[in-house]
Design a binder for this molecule. Structure first.
Ligand code: CU
Length: 187
């Protein structure tokens, strides 16, 4: 299983995109794949699966489908806004993708603690976050901070981008989409 992360690190280095893989925690070898832009659910404004449980050291890889989606970390209390102080991850607008394909690249983060991680798509053409394009990793299932509530609170918000440079990713790394070598159509 260690080989998976070695391959990811190697391909990121070869492609030379963004920064190297973060090394905050030992890697478990488990990769959770989340698809941004399901072609069926919520008219495509959807992360699939949108509620993931992950352990410290796991990787979460976002695959981008049609349109031009992003993924931005936020707090529960301020939906559709990045975490305060420039913290949190942002994929950047680096994944415009043709219909019925996946993007050639993916965005991967590593889980470094068990706190809930809220995230949204910051595409403002079509108000993706306000229409419910958001998700959570490690939701506290005993509390009242649910993904349904996050989406409800998103409706009347205004989307905020994490940085003036909308292509500047942070908090994770961009690398070649391994699915493209396995028969998935990519663009
Ligand atoms: Cu989107």
């Amino acid at each position: 299983m260690i080989a998976i992360t070695s391959i990811i690190a190697a391909s990121a280095a070869i492609i030379g995109l963004t920064s190297a893989a973060p090394a905050n925690a030992p890697t478990t070898g488990v990769v959770h794949n989340i698809f941004a832009g399901s072609t069926t659910a919520n008219g495509g404004l959807h992360f699939e699966p949108e509620n993931v449980v992950a352990e410290v050291g796991d990787l979460v890889t976002f695959h981008f489908q049609a349109k031009n989606h992003t993924v931005v970390q936020s707090s529960f209390d301020k939906p559709c806004e990045p975490l305060a102080g420039g913290a949190g991850f942002f994929s950047g607008f680096n994944f415009p993708t043709q219909p019925n394909t996946e993007n050639l690249n993916v965005f991967t983060i590593q889980i470094t603690n068990k706190d809930p991680i809220w995230y949204y798509c910051s595409q403002t053409v079509g108000d993706h976050c306000q229409k419910g394009m958001s998700g959570v990793i490690n939701q506290n299932f005993d509390g009242d901070k649910t993904l349904a509530k996050y989406k409800e609170n998103s409706v009347n918000t205004k989307t905020v981008q994490p940085s003036a440079d909308i292509k500047a990713s942070q908090g994770g790394w961009i690398h070649a989409n391994p699915s493209c070598a396995q028969g998935i159509q990519c663009s």
